[in-house]
Ligand binder design. Structure first.
Ligand SMILES: [Zn+2]
Length: 320
């Protein structure tokens, strides 16, 4: 299943902030998509954070969740109104959490490395206070919130503590934020420019811990398919993000499973049925009937032998 966030879809520069747009994209997906596509509508008109979009109409049209991803909604009052409204429909808001005033013009994590490279940084505290605000607002409204592409250790702990209090919060993380640090950033490789930025090793470790203890519910790609000519620019001018759909599983297996940092059932569950079973995905799989999606994953070790035959790694072949 693929969910298209309003700011991260193949139709660029378009906010899905009306029922008509949701219907048109659903129709397009029905006609041409070979996977399940669910639409995530914008929270605010044109994703400007000022005025709520047509939330109710978009739900009627088929939107399963709402997000202004790519933008931080700056006004707490507007976001609280959205939580209040969507709470009645039991719909979740997915937030891109970086406090705007702290990340303006920043192109990488604020750290020793950014100072060395002379690049303006995006500090972890920008994410921390944004996650804290959005979780507290959701808690106040009794609403559901999903933290997109979490990347800082403090933010992971804020979600962990909120879950312990019973707040209806879920979170996701990307393979790149688990396996790469800001030490990978160099001025000649714009693929390392992403938002939120690559952080420190301690942040990577915190995300892995969050996956293991259930704080983080899903592994996602934050797929941002920029054309090569767009990325082939000076670091500060290149757009953020890169395609992740094709490489996400390979990275998880190569850098985490084969290095004994995460086990295979956890990786598979966080990439498939755990996010799919959540009602934020808009689809519930019962495990029976024609709706059940199924694929087969075979993993081979460096000798080419099926891992299924390796008694120390039993669950090598999984039916998803
Ligand atoms: Zn985002």
């Amino acid at each position: 299943m693929v969910s298209l966030r309003s700011a991260r879809c193949q139709i660029r520069n378009r906010s899905f902030d009306s029922a008509a747009l949701v219907r048109s994209l659903e129709k397009r997906a029905e006609d041409v998509a070979c996977v399940h596509v669910k639409i995530i509508g914008a929270v605010t008109k044109n994703q400007e954070g000022k005025e709520l979009a047509e939330l109710g109409d978009m739900i009627q049209a088929g939107a399963v969740a709402f997000s202004d991803d790519g933008h931080f909604d700056p006004t707490a009052k507007v976001l609280l109104n959205a939580y209040d409204y969507l709470h009645t429909f039991d719909k979740v808001i997915i937030n891109h959490d970086e406090e705007s005033s702290l990340v303006e013009e920043g192109v990488m994590n604020e750290s020793h490395r950014s100072a060395m490279l002379g690049l303006k940084g995006r500090p972890t505290v920008a994410e921390d206070i944004a996650v804290a605000r959005d979780v507290l607002l959701a808690e106040y409204a009794g609403a559901r919130v999903h933290v997109a592409h979490i990347s800082s250790a403090r933010a992971v702990d804020i979600v962990r503590q909120a879950k312990k209090r019973g707040v209806r919060v879920t979170a996701e993380a990307t393979p790149q934020h688990m396996t790469m640090t800001d030490e990978c950033v160099n001025l000649f490789d714009t693929s390392t420019k992403i938002n939120p930025p690559l952080r420190s090793q301690a942040d990577c470790e915190a995300i892995l811990a969050g996956l293991k203890d259930g704080t983080i519910d899903a592994i996602v790609t934050d797929h941002s398919p920029h054309a090569q000519e767009e990325k082939d620019r000076e670091y500060v001018y290149a757009p953020s993000g890169f395609p992740g759909l094709e490489t996400s599983l390979g990275i998880m297996l190569t850098d985490l499973y084969h290095k004994d940092k995460l086990d295979l059932p956890l990786i598979i569950s966080k990439m498939t049925w755990e996010p799919a079973k959540g009602s934020w995905s808009g689809r519930r799989y019962t495990g029976s009937g024609r709706e059940r999606p199924m694929s087969r994953l075979s993993i081979r070790n460096s000798t080419g032998r099926s891992m299924r035959r390796n008694s120390t790694r039993r669950a090598a072949t999984h039916r998803l």
